[in-house]
Design a protein around this ligand. Structure first.
Ligand SMILES: [Mg+2]
Ligand SMILES: [Zn+2]
Length: 185
């Protein structure tokens, strides 16, 4: 039997790239500085890198599955130039009112990823910029990381403060969060 591997589960918008609300065009993709380095380091430490992202823009008719696939291909193309990459993408195409099990803070996407890739939840972490990312991670007993800086810092921090949820690690940038997670061992 294959042994279980650790994973870094990462949100997309606001975590890896600038959150444009409904990003529909790969040409508008803007990756935050340090993301490539962070992912490269995590991989060097043996982590699989899995992106888990809510993309309700699909159900809202704002963009298509194909456009999402193009954005993910572009993201990996850009990361490859920095020796980094994302091993798999999981996204929820539904709206909140669809009450699906996959939209974060639901755990459907994360559970699917853990199963598909034989990942060890006890050695895996979920990193995002929203409380819903923290909730999804902690619901499965994962270590949680919160990116508290960036263009929407105030809004995101207010959201976190007004919740009852406390990420294990919080820092301004994705790179800082990943460095702290790796330092925890
Ligand atoms: Mg986000
Ligand atoms: Zn869903």
């Amino acid at each position: 039997m294959r042994s279980l591997e650790p994973a870094l589960l990462v949100d997309r918008d606001g975590t890896l790239n600038v959150d444009l609300n409904y990003l529909d065009d790969a040409d508008r993709l803007e990756i935050f500085r340090g993301v490539g380095a962070a992912l490269r380091l995590a991989r060097a430490h043996g982590f699989r890198i899995i992106c888990v992202t809510n993309q309700s823009g699909i159900a809202r008719g704002l963009y298509t599955h194909e456009q999402v696939a193009q954005i993910h291909a572009r993201l990996n193309h850009r990361l490859a130039a920095e020796g980094a990459g994302i091993d798999a993408f999981y996204y929820c195409p539904h709206r909140p009112e669809d009450r699906c099990p996959c939209r974060k803070p639901g755990t459907g996407l994360l559970e699917q990823a853990l199963r598909d890739h034989h990942l060890d939840p006890h050695r895996s972490a979920m990193v995002g910029d929203r409380v819903l990312d923290v909730i999804a991670g902690e619901s499965l007993g994962l270590v949680t990381g919160f990116v508290s800086g960036g263009p929407r810092a105030e809004e995101r921090q207010r959201e976190l403060r007004s919740s009852d949820h406390h990420p294990d690690v919080a820092a301004d940038t994705f790179l800082q969060v990943v460095l702290r997670l790796l330092a925890r061992g």
